[in-house]
Write a protein that binds this ligand. Structure first.
Ligand code: PLP
Length: 381
């Protein structure tokens, strides 16, 4: 059965160029970057080159990029770094109710350690209002953590405006941005975003799972290590570098960065087609979010439980999601924060597009959703 993959916000197929880069490093240039012999020297040089590729895509200096194992690690580390930096200034954190659990869970852990966390709620359109941030800001606020693109709705949050607000208010707070869903989907640079910490992840952009990166502004120095040991990553994250994943991450990043404008145009056009097609052909379908980002849209089939529809489509070879893959079927805090009716929430479906998707695949999705509404009704749901 041919698989139609429309779940790119969950993860992506590894690009052939990325897989080849990893294979080469695993089988030929397999040295440990800390070794003194020629294979080690070559591996160290390659890691430096790959770091420069990631830095170029982020628009920062190579020594401001730290490799991590995933976006979750980057978010956790960023939050730790920020609260350590602000430890003598206060114990108040502001984040949003629609962040990924990679941000919400470390914030909850800090609450147990005496931090106070303000969770900004989105307005009726799903966006965080800047005024809400301004109202929540206090002299003892040490961190504002706001995602760039929401993984369940595709909404863009006003991160650059938040950075300007913090500056205008002469706030002590550092700004962390979870840019895992925005990196190479929505054009931005460290400068345009204005964040002090930015987390990204490889497996959302055509690299394998197990690699990510964190941008850390020089403002954060001196930093606290994430992992202590042999001194890799400038002694901030010890452990032998994951050279195959790093090579693949850089290969995918180079391709994605070069094609960014082309991909944005293509995905924007394909998303508009998807919305038109689904609205025209699937009765009862509700568009919950057209998403600001070009690749994510959230729809609902009220009356049809998401998980049943997702499994039905999967049996037809079509992969979409009922929300964030990390929820594994648990009710979404993002949809709850948006004040959607229960019927709409229970029927939520997320379609997330990639550059390899075609209009024919969208036509197949529309057909399958239409037959779902017929057959699942016939089966008594
Ligand atoms: N942040 C957002 C917005 C995400 O969508 C995800 C993954 O879905 C993560 C963080 C976590 O990234 P990773 O899977 O690399 O840990």
């Amino acid at each position: 059965m041919h698989t139609i993959y429309l779940d790119h916000a969950a993860t992506t197929r590894v690009l052939p160029e990325a897989a080849q880069a990893a294979l080469r490093v695993m089988t030929e240039d397999f040295g440990n970057p800390s070794s003194l012999h020629h294979l080690g020297v070559r591996a160290a040089k390659e890691v430096a080159d790959h770091r420069a590729v990631i830095a170029a895509a982020l628009g920062c200096k190579a020594d401001e990029v730290y490799f991590t194992s995933c976006g979750t690690e980057g978010d956790n580390w960023a939050i730790q770094l920020a609260v350590h930096h602000g430890r003598h200034k206060g114990k108040h954190i502001i984040t949003t109710a629609v962040e990924h659990s990679a941000v919400l869970e470390p914030c909850k852990a800090l609450e147990l350690q005496g931090y106070e966390v303000t969770y900004l709620h989105p307005d009726a359109t799903g966006h965080i209002r800047l005024e809400a941030l301004e109202d929540a800001l206090r002299p003892d606020t040490v961190l504002v953590s706001m995602m760039l693109v929401n993984n369940e709705t595709g909404f863009l949050q006003p991160v650059a405006d938040a950075a300007r607000l913090l500056k205008r208010k002469k706030s002590n707070a550092l700004l962390h941005c979870d840019a895992v869903q925005g990196f190479l989907k929505v054009p931005f640079t460290v400068k345009s975003l204005g964040a002090d910490l930015i987390a990204i992840s490889g497996h959302k952009i055509g690299a394998p799972k197990g690699v990510g990166a964190l941008y850390v502004s020089p403002r954060l120095h001196p930093m606290v290590p994430m992992i202590r040991g042999g001194g890799q990553e400038k002694a901030m994250r010890s452990g032998t570098e994951a050279t195959p994943q790093i090579a693949a991450f850089a290969a995918a990043c180079k391709l994605g960065h070069t094609a960014l404008g082309e991909h944005v145009d293509y995905l924007t056009e394909l998303k508009a087609y998807t919305l038109d097609k689904l609205q025209a052909e699937v009765p009862g379908l509700v568009v919950v979010s057209e998403g600001d980002a070009p690749h994510i849209l959230a729809i609902s089939l009220p009356g049809y439980p998401s998980q049943v529809v997702v499994r039905y489509l999967s049996d037809k070879g079509i992969c979409i999601s009922s929300g964030s893959a990390c929820h594994k079927g648990k009710a979404s805090h993002v949809y709850a924060a948006m004040n959607l009716s229960k019927a709409v929430r229970d029927g939520m479906l997320r379609v997330s597009l990639g550059p390899s998707n075609t209009r024919e695949e969208i036509d197949a999705l529309a057909d399958a959703l239409l037959s779902a509404t017929r057959e699942l009704v016939a089966a008594g749901r």
